[in-house]
Design a protein. Structure first.
Length: 241
């Protein structure tokens, strides 16, 4: 029921979820939210004094990539759509896309995967990345043919813990949005969180990245944990940036 409520409107506080579920006590709602957070199906972010809850589709997609896609390829398509549909009615003041993934790797190794072209080529749709990683410097993702795929500017770096940069598809008339990557050690693993926000609205970029980030994060995790790139087959009619 909680997932249904968040599907209807993502980014809700405890009080809003409690009001939408009168058959459950406040304690019951809190207990169920903790279970969903432990399963990494729900993530949370602070908005002033409020704690907002967001759906996290990455674990669902990882299951599909590992087990389901070989038997039911169309389902992979549907899971890539989940984030867009679930966040379609999120208030504009809340983060538009929030993803979490646990990776069996050190923070230093995860940081390297985000900033090393030889690694990004293996999970970021073949794109290389260029930057000196200093605040204010340009950051560019390039297609295999050398053309610019995404233009960015580095806003903040704190290796191996945090990277903030703008995000802009060349040729659009939109303002740059913002990506914030955080890496937190968790024993033998690292928690990688991506928050993509500051969109002009439900723009073409907003809709495109809703399809694109889940395969990227799934591929990054697979690459670091197995040493091999993740092979995902898409139907011919689907275009993924």
């Amino acid at each position: 029921m909680l997932l249904d409520r968040l599907r209807e409107r993502d980014g809700q506080a405890l009080g809003e979820l409690e009001a939408a579920l009168p058959e459950m006590t406040r304690f019951g709602v809190m207990k169920h939210l903790r279970v969903l957070e432990d399963a990494h199906l729900v993530t949370t972010r602070r908005d002033g004094r409020r704690k907002l809850h967001f759906l996290n589709p990455v674990p669902i997609r990882l299951i599909a990539d590992r087990w389901i896609s070989r038997y039911a390829e169309p389902l992979v398509n549907q899971m890539a759509d989940v984030k867009h549909h679930l966040e379609a009615t999120t208030p504009m003041s809340a983060p538009k896309h929030v993803y979490e993934v646990y990776i069996r790797a050190t923070p230093e190794r995860v940081w390297q995967a985000l900033t090393d072209s030889e690694l990004t080529k293996q999970y970021y749709y073949g794109n290389s990345v260029e930057s000196d990683w200093k605040p204010g410097s340009p950051m560019v993702y390039r297609n295999p043919d050398g053309s610019e795929s995404i233009k960015c500017e580095v806003v903040e770096t704190d290796p191996p813990r945090r990277l903030v940069h703008t995000f802009y598809f060349p040729g659009t008339d939109e303002s740059p949005s913002r990506c914030t990557w955080t890496i937190e050690p968790r024993g033998d693993a690292s928690l990688l969180t991506l928050t993509h926000d500051e969109f002009d609205g439900e723009t073409a970029t907003y809709k495109s990245v809703a399809h694109g980030w889940v395969p990227i994060l799934s591929g990054l995790k697979t690459l670091l944990e197995t040493g091999e790139p993740l092979e995902i087959t898409y139907p011919e009619h689907e275009g993924v940036r």
